[in-house]
Design a binder for this molecule. Structure first.
Ligand code: ZN
Length: 490
């Protein structure tokens, strides 16, 4: 009885301790797998501290990376000691111990080391009790953290201001995403007529690709090989607005490519090639294929065989075209599932009655990005049945949320159902701290710690949205942004 009582008292003390430091734990986003705040006391982050990195990696490059990140985050040059070990830590994962003034990071990958430093940056506080900060202190924590999903993508389709794009790339890396899809028009040397004059230059895109890679992101272009030839961010159908003589490349509405026209296929190949060049031969390309309305509506597409067979041949052609450059094709899912199938009533589906035949005819290593931006209304089928169908048929599936309420549930579904990952979308809505909460905090958590819940308000007074504002300021600082019009979170 005495022992039981002792345990009860100890348990209560531990629980009290956990609650006491909940605000410190909550600083780390995405929500970590395991964090223990050992004490409310801190150690300074300053010139003479030692970072011990336990890793099987080559010491010189590890030390250079740690020194580079520490200089950026806390503005001093640390001492770095490397020791062999850490082989069993999952890729991109890390263990962190700041309970002694010699901080210990254990990781098997360079991305794991960097993720530990990102968590430390979020945990650190500016120096206390002075007028102006000259340094930072770090709470005493032990962490054991790793991602649940392999692909954790961030899809940028938003304002074209260069500083916004750069900040989005830096924030994606800060929140431990590992892939960045850029869907914005880029100038083309071979086909300058395809984009508007305010498209990104190739030089600008090359700079973003280099930046993303330097932060550990896989940089992926998105193009459109089927529909969406009148882009919302682009404004209008650029080619046809300028010269209607290009009309044979498209279906009569102008919104989808005419895939039966070999000249259109060649044109798309030439566009795609430039993107692959500028993105330095990326391992993935997103080929779009969503909302391809009015596809197959011209007289040429109606001739000789079923339209679904032409779509299958078209997608297979581009799958092979990219594979020849060691590049894997991703596409959105909605044209691949029949719109009115009661099996997924209330879910997003834009395909016709032949959609199942189309799926069966496709190469099954195409990564299907399944997007669902709202839960089904009453009467709809819950539980994301489209995901299950695609997985059962053998496709790798990446789940995509946006700004509504599906992000966390899609991450959980991907994790439990053997999905390949998540791809958080933005669609012109990356514009304030509440959106940041859904898009960055919940989005990153859905891929990193897929069963965790990341509410905007935790335990009453802990308001995640304010933390996100701070992390945006961290990145503003990295970029040297001081313009009041840019420093806010709008
Ligand atoms: Zn056609």
């Amino acid at each position: 009885m005495k022992h039981i009582l002792t345990f009860a008292i100890l348990g209560a003390a531990l629980l009290t301790g956990a609650a006491e430091y909940r605000d410190i734990e909550a600083r780390v986003i995405p929500v970590p797998q395991k964090i223990e705040v050992v004490s409310g006391a801190t150690f300074p982050l300053k010139e003479d501290v030692v970072f011990k990195v336990v890793t099987p990696l080559e010491a010189e490059s590890v030390a250079a990376t740690v020194i580079g990140d520490v200089r950026l985050y806390w503005h001093f040059t640390p001492k770095v000691i490397c020791e062999k070990g850490g082989e069993k830590i999952p890729d991109e994962g890390y263990q962190l111990d700041t309970t002694t003034p010699e901080f210990v990071i254990t990781a098997s990958s360079l991305s794991g080391v960097r993720n530990a430093l990102r968590s430390m940056r979020q945990l650190a506080e500016p120096e206390r009790g002075v007028v102006r900060s000259t340094g930072f202190v770090i709470p005493q924590v032990r962490m054991d953290d790793f991602p649940n999903l392999k692909l954790r993508g961030f899809h940028y389709c938003d304002k074209k201001e260069l500083w916004r794009i750069e900040r989005a790339i830096r924030l994606a890396a800060y929140f431990k995403f590992n892939l960045f899809v850029l869907q914005l028009p880029m100038e083309l040397k071979k086909h300058p007529e395809y984009v508007s004059e305010n498209a990104l230059t190739q030089e600008e895109v090359r700079r973003f690709v280099k930046l993303g890679k330097s932060l550990g992101l896989v940089m992926v272009p998105q193009i459109q090989i089927l529909g969406h030839q009148g882009e919302i961010v682009r404004g209008g159908q650029i080619l046809l607005d300028q010269d209607p003589a290009w009309a044979p490349l498209f279906e009569p509405s102008g919104s989808s490519w005419c895939i039966s026209n070999p000249a259109a296929v060649k044109y798309i190949e030439e566009v795609a090639s430039e993107y692959l060049d500028v993105f330095e031969n990326p391992p993935y390309i997103h080929a779009g294929c969503d909302e391809a309305y009015n596809a197959g509506s011209c007289s040429l597409c109606r001739q000789g065989g079923e339209y679904w067979e032409k779509v299958a041949a078209h997608l297979t052609h581009f799958h092979d075209f990219f594979a020849a450059r060691n590049c894997r094709m991703m596409i959105w899912h909605d044209m691949l599932v029949e719109k009115n199938d009661p099996a997924w009533k209330g879910s997003t589906a834009n395909g016709d009655k032949d959609a199942a035949k189309l799926r069966a005819a496709l190469p099954h290593d195409i990564i299907i990005c399944y997007w669902e931006y709202g839960m089904p209304q009453p009467g709809g089928v819950t539980g994301f049945p489209i995901f299950d169908v695609l997985r059962k048929e053998g496709f790798p599936v990446v789940n995509s949320g946006w700004r509504y309420d599906t992000t966390e549930a899609l991450g959980e579904k991907a994790y439990k159902g053997g999905g390949a990952g998540i791809l958080q979308t933005t669609w012109g809505e990356l514009n304030n701290s509440h959106r940041y909460h859904t898009i960055y905090a919940q989005g990153s958590t859905s891929g990193w710690n897929s069963l965790a819940h990341c509410p905007p308000v935790m335990d009453g007074p802990i308001y995640t949205v304010d933390l996100l504002n701070r992390y945006v300021r961290d990145v503003n600082c990295d970029m040297g942004i001081k313009d009041p019009a840019k420093t806010g979170t709008k």
